[in-house]
Structure formats: structure tokens, C-alpha cells
Design a protein around this ligand. Structure first.
Ligand code: GTP
Ligand code: NA
Ligand code: MG
Length: 279
């Protein structure tokens, strides 16, 4: 896209880290903080990504899927969606094999990392040791004079989550993320399943363009016409813009995570491309 068409878009953040270091707890806590009172406990559906508002009025999109899987699967398919990774390291457990694997993934993908040293409420928590071990892997956090941002948190007690959000927002600002909203949409499937009442449903992340009800599209070897666009609060939208995670209804079948959804001019064209891809 022509640089003149680009507009700022929210960053897309994934959480990675070793088993049981608190990835799910952190995602739940961040989401919970942002759920309005009327909604608390009343979220009826779970979609694979959600947005959080920052204090300064910005928006951050979190991928609520198993980090490693989503990250590698999508990257292998050439459709990387993650702008920033939160590396969760439990302060009592320290660096473990999957922590090191996550560091490797980020390096290979050239995705910046923010280190969340979690479980600081626990006896035996040793955040300083985590920083030292990170140094051995050439991750130099701010506190050690480097440039990688780190924050001590407790996902359980909801300690320093604001600080984590602000650091993410700062990192995103530095990256000047943008996309052209004024073109046919292109999106990446985060997850998809067959829903009893609603048929094939895909959670997609809009990469560029604007997705609207009635748009015809191809996604992997499937095609369709957008019957509904639903946000992370279960609300029907008229359209979705870059950086937004939405559920899309109206698919011919269930696509795979990492498939790219592309809006095409008409249904004939959509079916043609899909059937060609099926072969
Ligand atoms: P996997 O998805 O299995 O890799 O685990 P995970 O990284 O998602 O960890 P999860 O959020 O499931 O947390 C694992 C355990 O650690 C749970 O029992 C959590 O309650 C606990 N836990 C998570 N964060 C904290 C924290 O900040 N403090 C304490 N004390 N416990 C925590
Ligand atoms: Na777990
Ligand atoms: Mg988990």
C-alpha cells in the first residue's frame, strides 16, 4: 500500500513462556481488568483474541491462543500477526526450556519482547535471578542497562498490570504500526471451529482494509459471504478495521489457523479460487 494511505493501528500482542508460568492467568487478568461491571462474569462467548484499552486511550489487541502454537503455525504459513511478545517467566521457577524456545522464536521472527516476571507474590520469587539468567541468553533488560523492557507482575494478585500495559503501549508507539483501512480486507485466521447453531466460525485478525457484512471472500480452501462480524464482546459490528479481532460468520467450511482471508469482487470468483485451492 501507498504510504499515504496508511493509518495507525493497534499492536497485536501474543504471550509466550514455559508451561504453568502464568500465560493464561495473565491473559485472563488483563481481560478481566477491562471487562465493564455489567459484563463481569457475563461473557458468553470466548473468541481467540480481545482488545484492551490503555489509560491514554490507545488500544492493544491480545491473542488469547496458546502462544507458541499460534506463533509458529502462523509464521510457518507466512502469515505472522504478532507485533510484540510478552515473555512470561515465573519468578520462582526461572528460565526453563520453553522460555528459551520462546526467546529463539522471537529472535528468528524479529519480534520485540517484553519480559513479564510473574508470580512475584510467591515465596521464593527471585526476579533478579531471572534477569541474570536472561543476560546469559543475551536478553539485557532495562534494569541491567539494556533495552528490553521488563516488569515484575503477579497475574494472580493483579500486581503491576497497568505498568505492563503502559510498557506495551510505549513499545508499540516506537514501532509506528500502521495499515491502510480503505481497501478490501485481508485478515488472518486465529482460530476456527464448527459451531452448532452458527455453522463454521472463524476468529480473524484484520491485517489491512475494512471487512464488512456482505463482503465475499476466500479463506484457505473455503469461501463465503460475510453474514456477521462480531467483536470480542459478542456485539455485531457493521465493519472491522486493521488490528481488530472479530468473529466472521458465513463460511463454506472451517479454515485453519494461519489461513489468510481475502475479500474478492464476487461469489463466482471466491468459489473459483477456493475450488482451485482444494485440488
Ligand atoms: P500452560 O498453558 O499449561 O502452559 O500454563 P500457563 O502458562 O497458562 O499457566 P497458568 O496461567 O495456567 O498458571 C499455572 C498456575 O500458576 C496456576 O495454578 C495459576 O493459578 C498459577 N499462577 C499464575 N500466575 C500466578 C501468580 O502471579 N502468582 C501465583 N502465586 N500463582 C500464579
Ligand atoms: Na497451566
Ligand atoms: Mg495456559
Amino acid at each position: 500500500d501507498d504510504p499515504a494511505t496508511l493509518k495507525p493501528r493497534p499492536p497485536v500482542v501474543a504471550v509466550m513462556g514455559h508451561v504453568d508460568h502464568g500465560k493464561t492467568s495473565l491473559l485472563d487478568a488483563l481481560r478481566g481488568e477491562n471487562v465493564t461491571a455489567g459484563e463481569a462474569g457475563g461473557i458468553t462467548q470466548h473468541i481467540g483474541a480481545y482488545q484492551v484499552k490503555t489509560k491514554k486511550g490507545g488500544v492493544i489487541t491480545f491473542l488469547d491462543t496458546p502462544g507458541h502454537e499460534a506463533f509458529t503455525q502462523m509464521r510457518q504459513r507466512g502469515a505472522s500477526v504478532t507485533d510484540i511478545v510478552i515473555l512470561v517467566v515465573a519468578a520462582d521457577d526461572g528460565l526453563m526450556p520453553q522460555t528459551i524456545e520462546a526467546i529463539k522464536h522471537c529472535r528468528e521472527a524479529n519480534v520485540p519482547m517484553i519480559v513479564a516476571i510473574n508470580k512475584i507474590d510467591k515465596e521464593g520469587a527471585n526476579p533478579q535471578k531471572v534477569r541474570e539468567r536472561l543476560l546469559e541468553h543475551e536478553i539485557i533488560v532495562e534494569a541491567m542497562g539494556g533495552e528490553v523492557q521488563d516488569v515484575e507482575i503477579s497475574a494472580l494478585k493483579k500486581t503491576n498490570l497497568d505498568q505492563l500495559i503502559e510498557k506495551l503501549a510505549l513499545q508499540a508507539e516506537l514501532m509506528e504500526l500502521s495499515a491502510n483501512p480503505d481497501r478490501p480486507a485481508e485478515a488472518v485466521v486465529v482460530e476456527a471451529q464448527l459451531d452448532k447453531g452458527r455453522g463454521a466460525v472463524a476468529t480473524v485478525l484484520i491485517k489491512r482494509g475494512t471487512l464488512q457484512r456482505g463482503d465475499t471472500f476466500v479463506v484457505g480452501a473455503e469461501s463465503g459471504k460475510v453474514r456477521a462480524v462480531i467483536d470480542d464482546h459478542g456485539k455485531q459490528l457493521k465493519k472491522a478495521t486493521p488490528g481488530m479481532p472479530v468473529e466472521v460468520l458465513g463460511l463454506s467450511g472451517v479454515p485453519s489457523a494461519g489461513d489468510v482471508l481475502t475479500v474478492v469482487e464476487n461469489e463466482t470468483r471466491a468459489r473459483e479460487v477456493a475450488s482451485y485451492r482444494k485440488e
